[in-house]
Design a protein around this ligand. Structure first.
Ligand SMILES: Cc1cc2nc3c(=O)[nH]c(=O)nc-3n(C[C@H](O)[C@H](O)[C@H](O)COP(=O)(O)OP(=O)(O)OC[C@H]3O[C@@H](n4cnc5c(N)ncnc54)[C@H](O)[C@@H]3O)c2cc1C
Ligand code: SF4
Length: 513
């Protein structure tokens, strides 16, 4: 039984962030370790509310109050077991999840939510520190083989569940390393890649086979008993404005992975660097925010993020009542960095790292512009020099340019971060004849089975779809939830029954995000 008074004794507290000038000099994670006792104190704020909506907010169905209470009682190993019963990779979600569970926390009705995500991360890290994360090898071999195509969180979750269920699983990844967007996309200052590597070590020791640098053909996959496609949604949304082909205009995903590769030690410097540049990011979402933090670390002269939407309200908007994920003003750690005010007392090292050579004390490093739409990329001799924009207002729910509001904005590097339009259709997907819906997603039934018409006659394995390629651009927590559920569907089809858990179906809609 939880402490029903914990939330009255303790206010919400989170680990501190490393000082801005310090953290902008590297790509290590932003957060300091939580001070001793903070996590247990925060877990104590979970109040045994009786009807915990946080379960519903979490797509994995994490049994949050149970592990909160176990942490409160210092029963970390039991908390670790309880958490891993519903989440294969809490060290990923503990770092990267936007925590829809917290938006649904009963305490959040009239107080600040329990720091669920931080408790989750602390349990996961305790598991690694204490040596509890050991291979969970299957106790028997079903003799059935499964190919998982794509090694993002959906593919990894499916692979781990299926390997542990006794199947022979091979993960194919066309990139040179495992991890999907968590490896090449998410900046290392949000999650360092060593945290992916240590989980892959566990999976390999459990018996999952990994093949990197391979984009398998239908013929390669024909020998398997089942195939799970977890190939993501890599197709970026374009901004087809005049001047798009000017030098200096890039898609966000042609930029972010380059820095990941530098951090991996593959190259010394990225082919596209923001060092000394006036950077504009078009798109107010998370991918744009990741460009923001990366450009600051590369020493940009300035960074500005353009958002077509108006600023979010300071308190939860009436359109997103509890327990849904709140529309509310957020300051990401990258924005916090942008708000850093130059003191003039920065060290020579900091001046170089922060790109301060041309900046005056009192300036900030970056900022956000709202209700702005880019209508043209401006250039000279084929090279970007700026943007022509227009202010936007919402009239009867329709975004409308404000007459006479056009303005120009100087820029010599632009990143387009407008989301993704869907899954790729060529190569293997074409060979398998995978059906798509009108939103660019692969069609699947309620058991994650794809609708396929293989070009080669006699292609035997059933094909399943899990993650962003079926759901559309989403979140790591959803990808893990889908991977786990698709594994259960595969297991049931191969064995006639399954004990693997299912928290979401393809048609489950988010309560939170
Ligand atoms: C820049 C960025 C930052 C993000 N930050 C966050 C965040 O902080 N928190 C969060 O929750 N979500 C975040 N997301 C979203 C999250 O990363 C995705 O929702 C999630 O990774 C989807 O997982 P997935 O397994 O479906 O696909 P992906 O992670 O996209 O993985 C798909 C994998 O399949 C591989 N592949 C594709 N086709 C083939 C083929 N034919 N053969 C072999 N391999 C193939 C790809 O190379 C890739 O590795 C972010 C997304 C981006 C772009
Ligand atoms: S995975 Fe995300 S939604 Fe689920 S408990 Fe963790 S932070 Fe909350």
């Amino acid at each position: 039984m939880a402490d029903p008074h914990g939330f009255r004794k303790h206010t919400r507290a989170e680990p501190a962030h490393r000082p801005v000038p310090l953290r902008l000099m590297d790509f290590r994670e932003v957060y300091e370790d939580a001070p001793g006792g903070q996590i247990q104190q925060q877990a104590t704020r979970c109040m045994d509310c009786g009807v915990p909506f946080c379960h519903e907010g979490c797509p994995l169905g994490n049994i949050i109050p149970e592990w909160n209470d176990l942490v409160r009682q210092n029963r970390w190993k039991e908390a670790y077991d309880r958490l891993h019963a519903t989440n294969n990779f809490p060290e990923f979600t503990g770092r990267l999840c936007p925590a829809p569970c917290e938006g649904a926390c009963v305490l959040a009705i009239n107080d600040e939510a329990v720091t669920i995500k931080n408790v989750e991360l602390a349990i996961a890290e305790k598991g690694f520190e204490e040596g509890w994360v050991t291979p969970v090898a299957p106790s028997f071999d079903t003799g059935q083989s499964v190919a998982v195509v794509g090694s993002g969180p959906a593919g990894l979750a499916a692979a781990q569940q299926l390997t542990r269920a006794g199947h022979r699983v091979t993960v194919y990844e066309r990139d040179d390393r495992i991890g999907g967007l968590m490896r090449y996309g998410v900046p290392d200052y949000k999650m360092e890649n060593r945290f992916i590597d240590r989980r892959i070590e566990q999976m390999a020791a459990e018996g999952t086979t990994f093949r990197t640098g391979v984009s398998p053909t239908a013929q390669d996959l024909a020998r398997f008993d089942a195939v799970v496609l977890a190939t993501g949604t890599p197709l970026p949304r374009e901004l087809p404005a005049e001047g798009r082909d000017l030098e200096g205009v890039h898609q966000a995903m042609d930029y972010l992975p380059l820095q990941n590769r530098v951090n991996e030690g593959d190259t010394d410097r990225p082919q596209v660097s923001a060092a000394g540049k006036k950077v504009v990011i078009i798109g107010g979402g998370d991918t744009g925010i990741d460009c923001f933090g990366t450009a600051l670390r590369q020493g940009a002269a300035s960074v500005t993020q353009f958002d077509i939407r108006p600023p979010a309200p300071k308190v939860r908007a009436a359109s997103t009542p509890w327990p849904t994920f709140p529309l509310v003003w957020r300051t990401a750690t990258a924005h916090e960095e942008g708000e850093y005010i130059i003191t003039g007392n920065e060290s020579a090292e900091e001046i170089e790292a922060l790109g301060l050579a041309t900046r005056a004390p009192g300036d900030t490093l970056g900022g956000r512009v709202f209700s702005a739409n880019t209508v043209e990329f401006l250039g000279s001799e084929g090279t970007l020099t700026g943007l022509r924009c227009v202010e936007i207002e919402v009239i009867d729910g329709v975004r409308t340019p404000v007459p006479g509001s056009e303005f120009e904005f100087e820029a010599d590097l632009v990143f387009i971060a407008l989301g993704f339009t869907g899954a790729e259709r060529g190569g293997l997907v074409h060979e398998l004849g995978v059906a798509f819906d009108d939103r660019g997603r692969m069609v699947r039934d309620e058991q994650y089975r794809a609708s396929v018409k293989p070009l080669a006659p006699g292609f035997r394995p059933k094909v399943y779809v899990a993650g962003d390629n079926g759901r559309g651009q989403s979140l790591i927590v959803w990808a893990i939830a889908e991977g786990r559920a698709a594994a259960a569907a595969v297991d049931a089809d191969l064995m006639g029954e399954t004990a693997l858990p299912v928290a979401v179906t393809p048609s489950t809609v988010p309560l939170g995000v």
